[in-house]
Design a protein around this ligand. Sequence first.
Ligand SMILES: Nc1nc2c(c(=O)[nH]1)N[C@H]1C(S)=C(S)[C@@H](COP(=O)(O)OP(=O)(O)OC[C@H]3O[C@@H](n4cnc5c(=O)[nH]c(N)nc54)[C@H](O)[C@@H]3O)O[C@H]1N2
Ligand SMILES: Nc1nc2c(c(=O)[nH]1)N[C@H]1C(S)=C(S)[C@@H](COP(=O)(O)OP(=O)(O)OC[C@H]3O[C@@H](n4cnc5c(=O)[nH]c(N)nc54)[C@H](O)[C@@H]3O)O[C@H]1N2
Ligand code: SF4
Ligand SMILES: [Mo]
Length: 665
Amino acid sequence: MSSEHRSACPLDCPDLCGLTVTVEGGRVIKVDGDRRSPITDGFICGKVRKIADHLYGDDRVLAPKLRNGPKGSGQFRAATWDEALDVIVDRIGSIRTTSGSEAILPYHYGGSNGWLTEGALATRFFRRLGASNLDRTFCAAATTAATRGMYGVMPGVALEDYEHAQLIVLWGVNPSATSIHLVPVIERARERGAKLIVVDPRSTPLAKRADLHLAVRPGTDLPVALAILRRLFVHADRAFLAEHVVGTTELARRTEQWTIEAAAEVSGVSVADLLRFVDFYANSSPAVIRVGWGMERNRNGGSAVAAVLAMPAITNKFGVRGGGYTMSNGDARWTLTAETAIAEPPTKARSVNMSELPRALRTLRDPAIQCLFVYNCNPVATAPDQTGVIEQLSRDDLFVVVHEQVMTDTAQLADVVLPATAFLEHRDLRRGYGMMRLFDSPAVATPPGEARSNNQLFGELLRRFELTRPGDPLTDDELVAATFAASPHDAAIRSELATQGIASPPAGERPLPFVDVFPDTHDRKIHLVPEALDREANGLYTYRVDPATEAYPLALISPALATQVSSTFGQLRTAPATLELSTVDAAARGIASGDPIRIFNEHGEVHCFAKVSDEIRPGVCVLPKGLWRKHTVNGLTANALIPQTFADLGGQAAYNDARVQIAKR
Ligand SMILES: Nc1nc2c(c(=O)[nH]1)N[C@H]1C(S)=C(S)[C@@H](COP(=O)(O)OP(=O)(O)OC[C@H]3O[C@@H](n4cnc5c(=O)[nH]c(N)nc54)[C@H](O)[C@@H]3O)O[C@H]1N2
Ligand SMILES: Nc1nc2c(c(=O)[nH]1)N[C@H]1C(S)=C(S)[C@@H](COP(=O)(O)OP(=O)(O)OC[C@H]3O[C@@H](n4cnc5c(=O)[nH]c(N)nc54)[C@H](O)[C@@H]3O)O[C@H]1N2
Ligand code: SF4
Ligand SMILES: [Mo]
């Protein structure tokens, strides 16, 4: 007998789909979209429709494993949970005694991305232990810094409201892969006459259909945006600026050197096209800019995002449905957070930027890191400097624990592998970062083998290290109850969740910026040149020149694959990796599609096959993010070519700052 259950998809995707899950004998046999969320509209992506392949595939970790061969040999023996936890308690205990707790580094990013799996008892455990803290900078660190500094946590335009726009700008974002439910909304707007502009070095599916495509060189969005702003000042809404905006004069000063001609030169886009952008934008309302994450991952990323976010402020595109910008809507004024339920005060322990993992492991002293505890993350596939990550994780004197659903490239390097549940097997609360609602995503399937949720694991570790306190919630259900209890104002949300499994934020699910919601900076104004950002960036809006050299002239970018979420589901990919390069760059090197090639720079070398494409601009090549080692000939991916350097804001990894050369093998 099968049964149907309502759930939600908490994966790292802006859409946050409502799901109908069919379960038989505790196993998921079918997943489809439902209609509780208008944006899901009854359909979901192929990745999640096929999630049974992930849940019940050969790579699933079913029981704890202990390494019984040399590091990285992939030799493990099965163990009981008790045995594995004894090893962990023993090793961590002795590291604490000899070197202190900061010798332990928790290493995590999104994982299943819900409130309960992201933080909760793991945060509590590592803080009470006194472990080193982690700066989570893989993604959205630069965009978050820019947005918060300028607008606070004001929600942006709801994705549903794009239907009302007359102009839609997609800036460094590829919804055809990363937010598929936005595509039909854009199409509906276009049927009603909306224009579409795409700013992207690649001809993405929507760029091909756009009214204007600015195929900028990676990392040159800043001069482009400043030159456009310089022109937009002519169309400024002076009354709006006077009432709601601080820093206009200073921003105008910083745009001065960026004529359209200068920006065209640096970005490789024509003067005529930049002027067309200005014309479209100045003369359209409602106009919305969807800011993606492709533009933040370089040395100019934070300033570039800030410059783009200044456009709707200067011209006042707010106050109308479908007008303004959308960055992340994750902070859409939820007063309810799992943080409030946990209320575990931050510690004074040192903080380590996750995007310089090899450097931290190599150089930190007093104490050096001796234990890396990985959960919700696959750094061998996703962190910069892959060679360094592999080298460091393979050290005999580093104790590596990995809590995982499947045998990832990182798990292969562990001393202890612990089996983790997947969403649908544990409960989670998840708010959207595109779609603004909050979902309660229940456990609907039986965890295979001995998989345990993050909170089961860290609850047990809290107990074993005698770090629990009376009244501590220790299960997912207790954590949800504590989350609600800590937010007494949210009775309405609670009852919506209980009856529907989905709730709207207090400000409504489609709030209008500057009508329903305002910046929540200290004076409720937009800050165009916030002092803190100016200091952090060492001069906000200062352009740093392209890192290309004669030896490494090509920009390598690593956009998202439609078939994965970062490296998640990568075990299911059978196709070998291909590097896409432009017809011009291929011809210059005598390379044809299918040729074996090597891509190299001072950090590393990747061996794979070429795909010659007229969908990327000359000077740029593409190797997608999230590939696994098995997908390339020499077991290294784009991340082996990515430096441990940061964007200008947020300590953000500069994934798209890699410059490379390509040759036939
Ligand atoms: N299917 C799928 N969906 C996903 C993900 C996934 O891996 N797969 N990942 C999820 C996550 S973690 C995130 S953060 C989001 C990311 O969502 P997106 O921001 O849409 O993803 P990206 O593919 O990283 O980058 C978007 C575009 O930026 C372009 N780009 C690269 N460099 C530059 C630049 O310097 N300037 C400009 N203007 N454009 C540039 C790329 O060519 C790419 O088309 O998607 C989420 N959704
Ligand atoms: N080259 C390149 N690399 C990139 C980027 C890029 O642009 N270029 N962008 C990056 C971006 S946008 C992001 S967000 C990061 C993401 O990088 P990661 O944080 O490493 O994300 P994933 O690759 O999705 O890996 C998450 C892992 O967590 C596991 N997991 C899921 N749920 C749970 C759970 O409940 N418990 C436990 N213990 N584990 C769980 C999954 O099985 C999966 O293996 O990658 C970054 N890496
Ligand atoms: S990954 Fe995105 S599109 Fe796919 S089901 Fe989840 S929320 Fe929906
Ligand atoms: Mo991300």
